[in-house]
Design a protein around this ligand. Structure first.
Ligand code: PLP
Length: 404
């Protein structure tokens, strides 16, 4: 008899953002005249930079002539883009990564969800808590997480590494030895980071114990402080234990275009097996390459003009982050993040649960954020606001919150 993958049935019923969408829709229906400010979902709002638009137009025009038309892209990405990534994102920061260790993809969500395929289903995974939900859900779908406890919000076979105000958002090393450790810094949802020496502790642990770190650096471009590593390969020995995932979504506004990449160093081996070779095989089998025009757009991000344009874009978002962060602090909220990441993570007031605070903000200020508990058990009692809105809306949201 045909059977479906029953692991999908184990996933808790409502995905965080669909629950939020339902609540907001119900509120709008009941209050059609009220204007809602959305500081919930992490999508960008600014248009693509001029250099990117120019590159897109040029690449589109190339498709109209037989001599310059491009069909299937190379599975692992065009050299012109892989070279720029290796040079600008890695070698210029002192990380010895070569272009053939870079796998261009259609975004960090696909890569962070699929990378678990490289590991046997009986491996234990460890995640920081709270966490970007894709790491956990993709492992649940693969049958790696055991059973879900509604009361605690925990999966029985996952090792959680809490990151809360109590430990300064620096997760402790896992108590049970995991095979795979997911780290995301700058962090979504907390907006916090690790220093180089704090990250080095994880790298040393992975090397000593034969674990592999999946390092999601989707928000790298938002780092403003000196002692915060932009790549895990800034740590000694990381090439022997870490895979890094990056995205063009949040640094250059590619959420709709779709482009990202994963770095797997050639020397990264598990029991003598090269993960680089495995991911090459996987890409060749399941992926026919990111579109040529999008890769040309990605290349434009690294041009001189492109770099200056994206810096302006990031500055605008980070100005919003400062407005929200400082404004909430002035009102007496306990606020984290917003310095090296476009996320503000605040402690809910007066012991409210994350969802209670969500309802309170929606009903009384018409502001939508994201309940921290949706990101994991240690997110309870916290709330996430994003800086991806407009300056006017960020200010308006603050003003409304101040009147609560
Ligand atoms: N990784 C993290 C931590 C994210 O927060 C997001 C998007 O919100 C992604 C990956 C997804 O990036 P992409 O748009 O490249 O799929």
């Amino acid at each position: 008899m045909l059977k479906v993958n029953s692991n999908y049935q184990k996933l808790p019923g409502s995905y965080l953002f669909s629950t939020i969408a339902k609540k907001v829709a119900a509120f709008s229906k009941a209050n059609p005249d009220k204007e809602i400010i959305r500081l919930g979902i992490g999508d960008v709002t600014q248009p693509l930079p001029p250099s990117v638009i120019e590159a897109l137009h040029k690449a589109v025009d190339e498709q109209a002539a037989a001599e310059s038309f491009k069909g299937y892209a190379p599975d692992l990405g065009y050299d012109f883009l892989r070279e720029r990534i290796a040079e600008c994102d890695y070698r210029s920061r002192g990380c010895d990564i070569s272009s053939d260790e870079i796998f261009v993809s259609d975004g960090a969500k696909s890569d962070s969800g699929s990378i678990q395929e490289l590991f046997d289903t009986d491996n234990i995974i460890a995640v920081t808590d709270p966490v970007y939900p894709v790491y956990v859900d993709s492992n649940v779908m693969a049958g790696r997480c055991g059973t879900y406890d509604e009361k605690t919000g925990c999966w029985s076979d996952i090792v959680y590494m809490p990151a809360t105000a109590e430990n300064g958002f620096v997760p402790a090393l896992p108590e049970t030895l995991p095979g795979v450790i997911y780290l995301c810094f700058p962090n979504n949802p907390t907006g916090t980071t690790l220093t180089l020496s704090q990250l080095q502790v994880f790298v040393d642990y992975a090397n000593q114990n034969g674990s592999v770190i999946i390092y999601d650096a989707a928000y790298e471009a938002y780092i403003s402080e000196e002692d915060v590593p932009h790549s895990i390969y800034e740590c000694e020995g990381a090439k022997g234990c870490a895979i890094e995932i990056r995205s063009f979504s949040k640094n250059a506004g590619f959420t709709g275009l779709r482009l990202g990449f994963t770095v797997i160093p050639r020397e990264l081996k598990v029991s003598g097996v090269s993960l680089h070779d495995m991911w090459t095989r996987r890409h060749g089998t399941r992926f026919n390459g990111a579109p040529y025009i999008v890769q040309r757009a990605g290349e434009a991000v690294y041009s001189k003009a492109g770099q200056s344009e994206i810096r302006n874009m990031i500055k605008k978002y980070m100005d919003n982050a400062a407005i929200l962060r400082n404004g909430l602090k002035d009102m007496g909220y306990e606020v984290y993040g917003g310095v090296n990441a476009p996320y503000i993570w605040l402690k809910t007031p007066e012991g409210m649960s994350s969802w209670e605070f969500f309802d309170h903000l929606l009903n009384n200020a018409c502001v939508v954020g994201t309940p921290g508990s949706g990101f994991g058990p240690s997110g309870e009692g916290y709330f996430r606001l994003t800086a991806f809105g407009t300056e006017a809306n960020s200010k308006k949201a603050l003003e409304r919150i101040s009147r609560l």
